[in-house]
Design a protein around this ligand. Structure first.
Ligand SMILES: NC(=O)c1ccc[n+]([C@@H]2O[C@H](COP(=O)([O-])OP(=O)(O)OC[C@H]3O[C@@H](n4cnc5c(N)ncnc54)[C@H](OP(=O)(O)O)[C@@H]3O)[C@@H](O)[C@H]2O)c1
Length: 351
């Protein structure tokens, strides 16, 4: 045992307001070895970890959430990709690459051999893609655009946080279905990227002035579908621009995740839901993995990938010790693309 394994632990739960680096602790721990494996366990070397907005909910300590909370003093966990270094399970062998949503924020760890998916050998796809274009955020875009909003050619869709992990796929799935796509993002570089993905119009919501007017200018015929990633003031402005029988795919409200009772934005235009006969379709992607939608998503996006018809931007930060800062950066828009932490130096290996 050598003391050079790194793990990221939570110091305290943060119920509301913005978390800070002081809420996390980087610890050096012993490197687990295969001699410590009990029956039906695996020794995993972490390659990539996913950094996602939903982790803010896990920091809160809430017991009534759809995801398990992080516990003060314990190691963080979440979506990731790792390689198996040793196994006492008949289902896994040394060298298998696995993905799952219970990877520890630790360079190496021992886990019970359950709840992981093997990534097919020789797929030619980089492991980080299983956290992005072939992973949870991309499927989230599919569920919102296809399964719930039932996007149809000729309609207009508005997408907030359009350059992000979910937004960039939502744009491309909507374009592939013949919609007019309007994207909003928080910097001019991001706006250019959104346009490069095929958006018909895009604007910087931080510099555009009046949000309702900016949406109206980009979508003069109104919005049929709003894919909401941010909530708050932008949701209000979108509500003011919705066409009759419009659908709001309510994916997330990141602008409110660090809000306090005092700073929470109170939506004013909800009254439009009745006269405009709007549907607000809140969803959690994990409810859809067991439905045919998931297989349809994999078929569609894998084909688009093979044919070079879909792009995906990853934002990679290097080193597990930088993971907490990455998580905080999400809430300030400092990521440009899907945020992942490259934990192992050889993580980019192609399969
Ligand atoms: N329902 C589900 O199952 C599900 C699954 C995955 C994700 N989500 C939700 O989808 C949304 C996007 O997630 P993602 O993984 O794709 O993240 P992301 O877009 O890659 O990163 C977050 C982005 O949100 C924007 N943002 C941050 N703070 C903001 C604020 N105060 N106001 C407006 N925008 C802000 C920033 O982009 P800008 O620079 O453009 O502002 C930032 O880059 C989140 O709300 C997340 O919770 C939901």
């Amino acid at each position: 045992m050598s003391p050079s394994n790194i793990s990221v632990k939570l110091v305290r739960n943060v119920a509301s307001g913005a978390p800070t680096l002081a809420d996390f602790k980087i610890e050096s721990t012993s490197v687990p070895t295969k001699e410590s494996l009990q029956n039906d366990q695996i020794l995993v070397r972490t390659l990539y970890l996913s950094v996602d907005p939903y982790m803010r909910g896990r920091l809160s300590g809430a017991q009534d959430s759809y995801v398990e909370s992080f516990v003060a003093g314990k190691t963080l966990f979440g979506l990731g990709v790792g390689v198996i270094e040793a196994s006492t399970s008949p289902d896994y062998k040394e060298g298998d690459i696995i993905t799952g949503d219970t990877l520890k924020w630790e360079c190496k760890f021992i886990a019970n051999a359950r709840g992981f998916t093997k990534i097919p050998a020789s797929s030619g796809i980089s492991p980080a893609n299983y956290l992005g274009i072939l992973g949870m955020p991309s499927f989230t875009a599919y569920v919102g655009v296809v399964s719930l909003a039932k996007a149809k050619a000729g309609e207009t869709i508005l997408i907030s946080a359009a350059s992000g992990a979910v937004g960039q796929v939502a744009i491309q799935l909507a374009k592939a279905r013949g919609l007019c796509v309007i994207g909003a993002a928080g910097s001019d570089d991001k706006v250019e990227f959104v346009k490069s993905l095929g958006a018909d119009a895009a604007f910087n919501y931080k510099t555009c002035g009046d949000l309702t007017a900016a949406i109206k200018k980009a979508a003069p015929n109104g919005v049929d579908i709003y894919f909401d990633n941010v909530g708050g003031e932008f949701l209000d402005a979108a509500l003011a621009n919705m066409n009759s029988f419009g659908r709001i795919a309510e994916c997330g409200m990141i602008s409110q995740y660090n809000a306090t009772e005092e700073t929470a934005y109170r939506v004013k235009n909800l009254i439009r839901v009745v006269p405009k006969r709007l549907s607000i379709l809140g969803f959690i992607v994990s409810d859809y993995y067991a439905k045919p939608d998931y297989a349809n998503f994999i078929t569609e996006v894998s084909t688009m990938l093979k044919e070079g018809k879909i792009q995906y931007k990853l934002h990679e930060i290097v080193g597990l010790e930088n993971g907490p800062q990455g998580l905080l950066d999400l809430f300030e828009g400092k990521n440009f693309g899907k945020l992942v932490v490259k934990v192992a130096s050889d993580a980019q290996q192609r399969l």
